[in-house]
Design a protein around this ligand. Structure first.
Ligand code: PLP
Length: 329
């Protein structure tokens, strides 16, 4: 069984499969001088790594992770990808897109009540042909149970389900962000800091494994209860990565009223990125990450001349399904 494979997946053999290509690589790196100056950095020290332009299904960080998990699914002979997330999950949308690209079916277990209107990511889930299962009052345990129930249903119908964990994060899928770190060092040797949103953790885990803990700052979005423990477990599952938990940098100052809330700092960061660089952020992940970067510059965790990369992880469709949207216009 592959490391971190959720229970219920068929064994894919001992060897880990090579990633399946789903995106367009390398993603661009763009200087952001006007945003740098507004954030308190020297104008020539801030870049945006455009993983929002990763190609498949509207793009975003989940594409790099899915290249690994989908390879496992294909090796296991899967007919159907089954995963879970919040109603506006970017991971769910990209799982649906990846399934379509690979000629597979997808079942998405989404936390919450089915809304009257399918907006944002939900509209794209439907367009990609995903089957949706709603779970009101979802806890991580209930989501897991429902995913297993859906996987059994697929199996009972003669299909082969492959379960992708919440947010697409496993120690294996984190290799997608080891690749990103290596790509980034080729594009910008000598970077001092990379700032990234933290959700289910594999994006940061891969970056820490390739760039070192001291260079990577994760901005928590409130998606998991204990991001430090989640990150530590992902890193422990990555062979050859020895990182002390005390060296990991996760900033929990941007969670505000919780994952689903649009915080005032995130709203300000969205306006700033749009008005200085013409870059649009999403309220849940990338806006929090930029707000966190600005806070790090303000309190000296990032020096004004530190060569800093803001990782744009995508997520814009979520803006069009977010209850805070009217307050942004
Ligand atoms: C747009 C966006 N950025 C960042 C993240 C965080 O990535 P990870 O779940 O790997 O921590 C997510 C997913 O949760 C996302 O959808």
């Amino acid at each position: 069984m592959p490391e971190n494979a959720p229970a219920g997946n068929a064994p894919a053999g001992d060897a880990q499969p090579a990633p399946v290509r789903l995106g367009t690589w390398p993603t661009p790196v763009e200087p952001a001088p006007r945003l740098a100056a507004a954030a308190g950095l020297a104008a020539d020290t801030l870049w945006i790594k455009r993983d929002d332009l990763s190609g498949l299904g509207g793009g975003g960080n989940k594409v790099r992770k899915l290249q690994y998990t989908c390879a496992q699914a294909l090796a296991a002979g899967a007919t159907t990808l089954v995963t879970s997330g919040a109603a506006q999950s970017n991971h769910a949308r990209l799982t649906a897109a990846a399934a379509a690209r690979l000629g597979l079916r997808s079942v998405l277990v989404l936390g919450g009540e089915q809304p009257a209107l399918s907006q944002g990511n939900l509209a794209l889930d439907h367009l990609a042909g995903a089957e949706l299962a709603w779970l009101p009052g979802a806890t991580p345990e209930r989501l897991r149970d429902e995913v297993e129930r859906q996987a059994r249903r697929v199996r009972d119908g003669g299909g082969v389900p492959f379960v992708i964990p919440f947010g697409g994060s496993s120690s294996f899928s984190a290799r997608g962000y080891v690749d990103c770190g290596t790509e980034l060092l080729g594009q910008l040797p000598g970077i001092d800091r990379v700032v990234v949103a933290f959700g289910s953790g594999a994006t940061m885990a891969g970056l820490v494994a390739s760039l070192g803990a001291e260079r990577v700052i994760g901005i928590d979005t409130g998606a998991v209860a204990n991001p430090g423990a989640t990150l530590g477990e992902l890193l422990e599952g990555m062979p050859g990565t020895a990182v002390r938990r005390a060296d990991l940098r996760i900033d929990r100052g941007q969670v505000g009223a919780g994952y689903a809330a649009l915080t005032p700092d995130a709203a300000a960061a969205m306006r700033l990125a749009a008005r200085t660089e013409g870059i649009f952020l999403d309220p849940t992940y990338t806006a929090r990450a930029l707000a966190g970067l600005i806070a790090c510059v303000a309190d000296g965790r990032i020096g004004p001349r530190d060569r800093t990369v803001f990782l744009h992880t995508g997520g814009l469709p979520g803006l069009f399904g977010h209850p805070g949207l009217p307050r942004l216009s």
